[in-house]
Design a protein around this ligand. Structure first.
Ligand code: FE2
Length: 434
C-alpha cells in the first residue's frame, strides 16, 4: 500500500477531509483491509435461516460469505470458498440445502463448513490429505454473534465483542424488537436493492445529515404540503403524507431532534422525537402491545423515537418503522444499498404495510426521496475529481457537543456525526497491525 500513517493522518483534519478518502481506490482497499475486516459487519437476520439447512449468501466487506443454519441448529457464517481450489461454492442468494457442493470438483461440505466427501478419493491415498484437516473446510469467519436475532460477523479475532461494539445502539435494536407484542421481528421478503454510483461513506454519512432534507427533498415536501392543504376540512391525512411530510421539515425541527454520537463511529438522531413521531395509530396495535407489556411498559417502548441509527460502517436502523438499510461496498465508487423490512410478530398486518409503504415512498429507486439523495451522491463522486479544491468540509457546530451519559449530544444539523465517523475511520486505518 502506498499510504504511510502520516499520509493517512493528513487526509483527515478536525473540520475537513481530503477528497481521496472518497475517490482513491488504494484508500478503498485499505478500508476493506483495516476497517471492514475489523469492525462487526451485519450479515443477516436469523429469520432468514429459520430452518436447518436454510442459507443466504452475502458479503462482509468484499468477502463473499454464506450464513447457514447447521444440523445442530446453530447459525454459521462461512467464507464462500471451496477448500480445494478456491471456487465460490454457493451462488444462490438464498435457499435450503443438506450440504454445500462445489460445482468444480464436487467437494461437498456440511452446513458447518466441515469437508464431508471428495469424489474419487482413492487419488489421495498415500498422500498426507486428511479429510478431517480443518484446512480443507469452508472456513468459518473469525467471530459470529447476534443481538436479538441480528447476526454480525467480524473477520478479525481481535477487538471488542459485539455488545461492547454496539454500545448504546443495541437499544435501537432492542426497541425495534420490543415494538413487537411478541418481542420478536422477522424479515419480510427479499431486500430492496439500490445500486449507488458512489463511495459507501457518502451513503452512511447522509443518514444523519439533517441539513439536506429541506433542500434536496424540497420538491416532494412542497408537493405533499399542497396535497394536504387541498384536502376538505376534517379529512384524515393519508398515511403517505404523514410519511413524506417530515422530509420537508425545517432546520429548527431537525436541530431540536439532536444528533448523538458514540464510540466506533456510531450515531443516531432523535430519541424523544423524530420524523416518525406523528404517525397515526394503527387499529389493534396498542391493544396487542398493552396486552403483552401493560400500559406503562408499552408507553416506554413507543416513546423511544430514534431516527436513523448508524452502526458504523454497515448497519443502519429505523426502529420506529422497522427498516434496516445495509451498505455493501463494491468499489471505491460503487455501493449496493439493501433495504430490509421487518414484520413485528403479533402486530396487525397494517404495521408491515406501513413499513413497506415507507420504503416505496422513501427508499426505493422509484421513490420520491431516495433518488434525490442518489443524485447528490453521484454529483459529489463525479465532481470530487475536479481541480477546484481537494477538500470536503464538515465543520458545522464544530466543538458544540456535550456528554450525556454514554453519548455526546449536538444540534441535529451538526456535522458531529460525520466527524465522529472519521475519528473511528482514523482509529481503524492508522492501526497497521494485521
Ligand atoms: Fe435525504
Amino acid at each position: 500500500m502506498s499510504y504511510t500513517s502520516l499520509e493517512l493522518q493528513r487526509l483527515v483534519e478536525p473540520h475537513r477531509v481530503h477528497r481521496d478518502v472518497y475517490t482513491d481506490p488504494q484508500i478503498f482497499d485499505l478500508e476493506m483491509e483495516r476497517l471492514w475486516r475489523r469492525a462487526w459487519v451485519y450479515v443477516g437476520h436469523e429469520s432468514q435461516v429459520a430452518n436447518i439447512g436454510d442459507y443466504i449468501t452475502t458479503t462482509v466487506g468484499l468477502e463473499p460469505v454464506v450464513m447457514a443454519r447447521d444440523k445442530n441448529n446453530r447459525v454459521q457464517v462461512l467464507y464462500n470458498r471451496c477448500g480445494h481450489k478456491g471456487a465460490k461454492v454457493v451462488t444462490q442468494r438464498a435457499g435450503s440445502a443438506r450440504v454445500f457442493r462445489c460445482p468444480y470438483h464436487g467437494w461437498t461440505y456440511r452446513l458447518d463448513g466441515k469437508l464431508q466427501a471428495t469424489p474419487h478419493a482413492c487419488g489421495y491415498e498415500n498422500t498426507d490429505f486428511d479429510i478431517d484437516n480443518p484446512c480443507f473446510s469452508m472456513q468459518s469467519v473469525a467471530r459470529i454473534d447476534a443481538c436479538r436475532g441480528f447476526v454480525f460477523a467480524c473477520l478479525s479475532p481481535e477487538g471488542p465483542d459485539l455488545l461492547a461494539f454496539l454500545g448504546d445502539t443495541a437499544l435501537t435494536i432492542n426497541n425495534m424488537c420490543d415494538r413487537s407484542p411478541q418481542g420478536e421481528v422477522e424479515v419480510a421478503g427479499a431486500p430492496l436493492p439500490y445500486m449507488h454510483d458512489c463511495n459507501w461513506k457518502m451513503f452512511v454519512e447522509n443518514l444523519n445529515d439533517a441539513v439536506h432534507p429541506m433542500v434536496a427533498h424540497a420538491s416532494v415536501g412542497h408537493a405533499t404540503r399542497k396535497v394536504v392543504e387541498s384536502l376538505p376540512e376534517g379529512s384524515p391525512v393519508p398515511s403517505e403524507a404523514e410519511i413524506i411530510s417530515p422530509f420537508g421539515g425545517s432546520y429548527e425541527f431537525f436541530d431540536s431532534m439532536g444528533s448523538r454520537t458514540m464510540p466506533y463511529g456510531h450515531c443516531f438522531m432523535g430519541g424523544k422525537g423524530s420524523i416518525h413521531s406523528s404517525y397515526s395509530e394503527i387499529a389493534g396495535y396498542m391493544d396487542a402491545m398493552q396486552a403483552s407489556y401493560g400500559e406503562q411498559r408499552t408507553t416506554e417502548i413507543l416513546s423511544q423515537q430514534r431516527h436513523n441509527t448508524t452502526v458504523y460502517p454497515s448497519f443502519t436502523v429505523k426502529d420506529a418503522i422497522q427498516i434496516v438499510r445495509v451498505a455493501r461496498p463494491i468499489a471505491v465508487d460503487k455501493t449496493l444499498v439493501e433495504t430490509w423490512h421487518f414484520k413485528l410478530k403479533g402486530a396487525p398486518d397494517e404495521m408491515l404495510h406501513r413499513t413497506i409503504t415507507y420504503s416505496r415512498l422513501i427508499n426505493s429507486p422509484g421513490s420520491m426521496v431516495g433518488p434525490d439523495d442518489w443524485d447528490c451522491y453521484r454529483r459529489m463522486q463525479q465532481s470530487l475529481h475536479s481541480d477546484a479544491s481537494t477538500w470536503v468540509d464538515m465543520r458545522r457546530y464544530l466543538g458544540r457537543n456535550e456528554p450525556d451519559g454514554n453519548v455526546h449530544v449536538a444540534p441535529g444539523t451538526s456535522d458531529e456525526s460525520v466527524r465522529n465517523q472519521y475519528r473511528a475511520w482514523c482509529d481503524y486505518l492508522l492501526d497497521e497491525a494485521q
